[in-house]
Design a protein around this ligand. Structure first.
Ligand SMILES: CC(C)(COP(=O)(O)OP(=O)(O)OC[C@H]1O[C@@H](n2cnc3c(N)ncnc32)[C@H](O)[C@@H]1OP(=O)(O)O)[C@@H](O)C(=O)NCCC(=O)NCCS
Length: 199
């Protein structure tokens, strides 16, 4: 199965915002996100990427259908919930590129698309002079959570092989409704960072 990987920028993302929302709602319904998709939240979330001058969306196409997507933008243009922990810890936000989600439909996994998402986002990040850190965050869940699938393989090793190191001291807080809850609850997401040689 060969997929076409396309890098879209800023305003080009508008045409794909419904695809991104669809993929986020479908893929993040599963463990560990358990996100009970909210179309209104998605509109506001995607607005950040559409409005940002230097955002990118990497889209994976099977024919003319988007089956995977991954986003990134300078930390200076990211939402406060992501930038604030770095500012509080004394990081220079100008040197950081923030990676949003990677979401790929199940039948397309394990063929290198997730690796491409990292390569494409890092390449986009490093076109910006002064960027030498790329970072993303991932939700923390208790290992004894009742909805954790027995056969779930965490992505930690996959991320480690991409050169990312977990920074437990850097956390973002988000709220969303889990599929087994009737209201939004607080979530803690830990950041993973990769340092690049300054250009
Ligand atoms: C994260 C996610 C996008 C990864 O996508 P993926 O396409 O399955 O990942 P890949 O196939 O690129 O990589 C998985 C492994 O297969 C390997 N692989 C298989 N075929 C490959 C190929 N043709 N080329 C390169 N690598 C290949 C990769 O090297 C990797 O192994 P490694 O870590 O030992 O190097 C996908 O699992 C997903 O959507 N998960 C749910 C959402 C989520 O949790 N997202 C992350 C937080 S936002």
């Amino acid at each position: 199965m060969s997929l076409r990987i396309v890098r879209l920028r800023g305003s080009e993302i508008v045409a794909r915002q419904d695809d991104l929302a669809r993929l986020r709602i479908e893929v993040f319904r599963d463990w560990p996100y358990l996100y009970d998709g909210d179309r209104e939240y998605e509109k506001g979330y995607i607005r950040t990427y559409v409005d940002a001058t230097d955002s990118v969306l990497i889209a994976a196409f099977d024919g003319d259908r988007v089956v995977g997507a991954s986003t990134a933008l300078p930390m200076t243009q990211a939402m406060d919930a992501c930038a604030a922990p770095f500012a509080a810890a004394g990081y220079d936000l100008e040197r950081i590129f923030y990676f949003g989600e990677s979401v790929l439909l199940k039948p397309y996994r394990g063929q290198g698309v997730g690796v491409r998402f990292f390569e494409e986002r890092e390449a986009a990040a490093l076109t910006h002079p002064g960027i030498d850190v790329t970072a993303f965050c991932a939700v923390e869940r208790p290992s004894d959570h009742p909805l954790r699938p027995r056969d779930y393989v965490p992505l930690d090793a996959f991320w480690g092989r991409r050169g990312y190191v977990k920074h437990r001291e850097l956390v973002a807080r988000f709220r969303w409704r889990d599929i087994d809850q009737d209201r939004d609850t607080d979530k803690t997401l830990s950041f993973w960072l990769k340092r690049h040689s300054p250009r």
